[in-house]
Design a protein around this ligand. Sequence first.
Ligand SMILES: Nc1nc2c(c(=O)[nH]1)N[C@H]1C(S)=C(S)[C@@H](COP(=O)(O)O)O[C@H]1N2
Ligand SMILES: [Mo]
Length: 433
Amino acid sequence: MRDHAPRLLSSPASPTSPGFWRSPLRGVRFTAVLGLVLLAGITVMFVTGLVSYAAYNPDLSPVNDKTPDKGILGFYLFAWPTGPTWLYRLTQGVHVTLGLTLIPVLLAKLWSVVPRLFALPPARSLAHALERISLLLLVGGALFEFATGVLNIQLDYVFPGSFYPLHFYGAWVFFTAFVAHAVLKTPAAISAVRRMRAGEPEGPEGPEGPEGPAPEPDVLVSPRPAEPTVSRRGALWAVGGGSLLLFATSVGRSFDALRRTALLAPHGWADPGSGPNGFQINKTAAYAGIAPAETAADAWRLVVRGRSGTVRLSRADLLALPPASAALPIACVEGWSTSAQWWRGVRLRDLAALVGFADDPPDVFVESLQRHGAFRSGALRANQVADGRSLLALSVNGEPLSPDHGFPARVIVPAAPGVLNTKWVARLTFGDL
Ligand SMILES: Nc1nc2c(c(=O)[nH]1)N[C@H]1C(S)=C(S)[C@@H](COP(=O)(O)O)O[C@H]1N2
Ligand SMILES: [Mo]
């Protein structure tokens, strides 16, 4: 203790003073390694994020997405394909699992540069001021995107409806700052890692050599470093270990056999039990407020509307139509997915044909019996309706759908986000969206 008192007294009290920050781990090289990992990882996050947004059929507004004023930010939207059937399972599994895995790297990276946040003067020039504002967008945007993403997958839509615009616009703000930052810093990061590989020394003064002028001083190295308790390499391994742990406890959400290892996936779901209907359930019939009386044989009628009028079909009527089946997974925006299940029912395009769209199936608006909650309805594109594997499913794995899986009938579409697979379907409206 006697040893420490004088040191504390002499330590600069304000975080704006470089001497305040004493970790010997900080330095351009430590930051560079983490920064290059984030450069690759966040680029994949951005691409899979846009892909996820496109998969949601957001321009079938106002049904699927109410994000206002997308404008040119919707430039990449296209008709989401219906194959391969595991497409969304892959892209969204990567988005969620990679996002969780990157959290330790992001936090370590922010920690490694935190002294710069306090550096004085706040701005030396207009250019410097702009750079610092872009850094605020970068740091704030990263924290915002990771926080909203984690909340969404853990707490099951704490902000239903508003998650999409928040995460969507947040991504654009963040990614713009990220690109500017990456363009400015990547060359320095690569050369820092090269020097580290070559085993060159470093310090506040930078390596000295006979050839040419000494490079810029390393502003991230503490001018009065404390005694190291762990090496830089050790610290990087710890960050990597944290990422590995998150990966190992997350990746199981995408695989039936590993689901129990997905410790970080929310476990508030109903136990699906075993048997043909024994796979992941998102919202139960009880949660959705579906009363058994509404789905009974004498009560439930599917209403199909289209060009030639309206038809009403009982479950027995549907079972009498030409049957079709397809092996398709369910892949939720929250990152979990099931392996392919064997669905059997009626083709959506055959239902379109019943109401006047014999050879040109249009978009369809799907409404559920459900009266409360976020996913009472969804819109599917013409290309999805036209695919012969897109079904109004009546049974799964050889048994009638269970109430929780959408009895009497649910939509199932290849490669689409789970949210478009509306359960407890009450009405299909073809065309005229
Ligand atoms: N009516 C209705 N359909 C719905 C939902 C819902 O809450 N209500 N959830 C959707 C979401 S977000 C997903 S991921 C899938 C999940 O299907 P499962 O619960 O059968 O696994 O159903 C979709 N269909
Ligand atoms: Mo979902």
